[in-house]
Design a protein around this ligand. Structure first.
Ligand SMILES: CC(C)(COP(=O)(O)OP(=O)(O)OC[C@H]1O[C@@H](n2cnc3c(N)ncnc32)[C@H](O)[C@@H]1OP(=O)(O)O)[C@@H](O)C(=O)NCCC(=O)NCCS
Length: 154
């Protein structure tokens, strides 16, 4: 996952230790896609402890040569079907205003779940201690029904 983030370029690169912890302790809210024995895409997330109806998607990344072929949608679908997303009815994530691919991805997921996608302010650029970070807008997708997940393509 750390290697894919480095290759994808637009994502915040966290420490390699952080990705090891996610794989060890949050595997039921994370998925990876493998191609010819190597990881080519991933989703990480968690359940916000105070809001059991929500599953939060932290990062989604696809190797550049695999982007634009439906893998992002397949990975988010797999993420929503993970045991860790069980009984969630709302998908949340944050996206920067300039990330057209990511915005299109989550709008497509909302459409296919037959639900709405609200976009709200979340973290502002000046909330980040490191300079040069864009605003992060909150995408709230839902509520969706469990049966809607069955309609999504694999
Ligand atoms: C964002 C990302 C995960 C999308 O994954 P992907 O496999 O390329 O996307 P998909 O092929 O599944 O496409 C999903 C939807 O987004 C649209 N889309 C994909 N790339 C797009 C682009 N560059 N511009 C506009 N729309 C785009 C597709 O048309 C599709 O919409 P549709 O179903 O309405 O036709 C991938 O581009 C990526 O890894 N980007 C770099 C890392 C990143 O920015 N992650 C997100 C941070 S929040």
């Amino acid at each position: 996952m750390w290697e894919v983030v480095k290759a994808a370029g637009t994502l915040d690169l966290n420490s390699s230790y952080l990705y090891l912890l996610l794989a060890r302790d949050f595997a039921d809210t994370c998925v990876v896609a493998e191609h010819e024995g190597r990881v080519v895409g991933f989703v990480t997330g968690y359940r916000p402890p105070q809001r059991p109806e929500v599953v939060f998607l932290w990062q989604v990344g696809i190797r550049p040569e695999m982007q634009g072929h439906g893998l992002g949608k397949r990975l988010v679908t797999a993420f929503l079907r993970q045991p860790g997303a069980d009984r969630a009815s709302i998908l949340e994530t944050t996206v920067t205003p300039s990330n057209e691919a990511s915005r299109a991805l989550f709008r497509a997921i909302a459409r296919e779940l037959d639900t709405e996608c609200r976009v709200e302010p979340c973290f502002r650029s000046d909330d980040f201690p490191d300079s040069g970070h864009e605003d992060e807008e909150l995408f709230v997708i839902g509520p969706y029904r469990p049966s809607a997940l069955n309609r999504l393509a694999n």
